[in-house]
Design a protein around this ligand. Structure first.
Ligand code: TXA
Ligand code: MG
Length: 339
């Protein structure tokens, strides 16, 4: 029932045509972007978009991102395009940036979770761009069952959706690894709704200071504008704990925790930028870019190896680190341990 379309060796226009026909026929096609895999459907086809929510088990009020392949597509979706949006699009599209703007009537409310705004992004993956060009703007949330870590390999999508969607395009591993940065330009002040693959610092260089929605850093206050923030997220089956603090102390704390959990009979997994002796270990790499790229894969992989607890090393909240810590804290259900 699900066809897996192999494009690991690069773009294949003939296979893109097959996938584009499925999209235009109202079917669901998972495809790679530079951030994570998306679960795509024709953004303007209500019935097709409804199936995304069903397949993921996603609450109907959590809106989807519409993916486009050229700037002119934005004019078909957004009612107003402020100067800031033009500047950001010019500088960062295609790329891991999503912009929220007032929506046009043509965009179904199903797609926007009932909001009168629409989130739009132009992904930087050649397969994603070719698929959109050959079909239509594509609504696509991350291609994971709601609440699970986002998929950075086609295998992750197969694990969650095989037999339940029409096609999965395998384009190999995604290279950013965390989802796009979401910025709201639909009201007076530009507001960061979700930190992501494009660092906030880069955005502020172009449009000046950006407000940070309170939901970004921790507990939410007003969730009306950031509906995605209120749901359980990125959670593997194992309990995740995040260790934060100065580097020297973090190492010691993680070692302490490993011993403590093991003495209680738990199988312990560790994900970190340096080696640890635990039941299972996943090396996240050295730089914050490595950590972002490997984060979701590590959560899924340690889960697969059957650990009860995952101890994750925190990173500094600068650049991509803001997105990494946002994902880790959510994955842990805010079980944060200060070193
Ligand atoms: O990198 C990405 O953004 C990936 C790839 C596939 O493009 N997509 C993705 O989609 O992460 P999803 O559905 O997992 O996350 C979309 C986020 C949610 O937090 C949602 O609440 C927010 O964007 N969002 C979408 N439309 C919105 C709107 N109109 N207003 C406010 N937030 C919106
Ligand atoms: Mg998601």
């Amino acid at each position: 029932m699900t066809i897996v379309i192999n494009m690991r060796d690069g773009l294949d226009e003939r296979k893109i045509k097959v996938a584009a026909r499925l999209i235009l026929g109202g079917k669901l096609v998972a495809f790679p972007t530079e951030t994570v895999y998306g679960l795509g459907a024709d953004a303007l086809n209500e019935k097709a978009v409804r199936r995304i929510f069903e397949a993921k088990g996603r609450p109907a009020d959590n809106p989807l991102i519409v993916h486009i392949a050229e700037f002119d597509d934005l004019k078909k979706l957004a009612r107003e395009i402020p100067e800031e949006a033009r500047l950001l699009a010019k500088k960062f599209w295609p790329g891991p940036l999503t912009i929220v703007l007032p929506k046009r009537e043509e965009v179904p409310l199903v797609t926007t979770g009932g909001l009168d705004t629409v989130a739009v992004r132009m992904p930087a993956h050649p397969i994603a761009l070719a698929l959109i060009k050959a079909s239509t703007p594509i609504a696509a949330p991350s291609a994971n069952i709601s609440g699970k870590p986002s998929p950075t390999l086609a295998e992750h999508v197969v694990d969650d959706f095989y037999g339940r969607i029409e096609a999965i395009i395998d384009g190999g591993p995604t290279w950013v690894g965390v989802e796009s940065t979401v910025i709201d330009l639909s009201s007076e002040r530009p507001t960061l709704l979700r930190p992501g693959g494009l660092p906030l610092e880069e955005i502020e260089k172009v449009i000046g200071p950006v407000e940070i929605h309170p939901a970004v850093k921790g507990k939410a206050v007003d969730l009306a504008r950031a509906p995605g923030m209120k749901y359980r997220h990125y959670s593997p089956n194992a309990q995740v704990v995040v260790v934060e603090g100065p580097r020297e102390r973090v190492r010691e704390k993680i070692e302490e925790l490993i011993a403590e959990y093991r003495s209680k009979g738990y199988r312990v997994g560790v994900m970190a930028t340096e080696e640890f002796e635990a039941d299972e270990f996943f090396h996240l790499g050295k730089t914050v870019e490595d950590v972002a790229r490997n984060l979701f894969r590590a959560l899924r992989e340690l889960d697969r190896r059957g650990v009860d607890v995952i101890i994750a090393e925190g990173v500094e909240e600068r650049g991509l680190g803001l997105a990494v810590m946002n994902r880790l804290r959510k994955a842990s259900g805010y079980r944060i341990i200060r070193a």
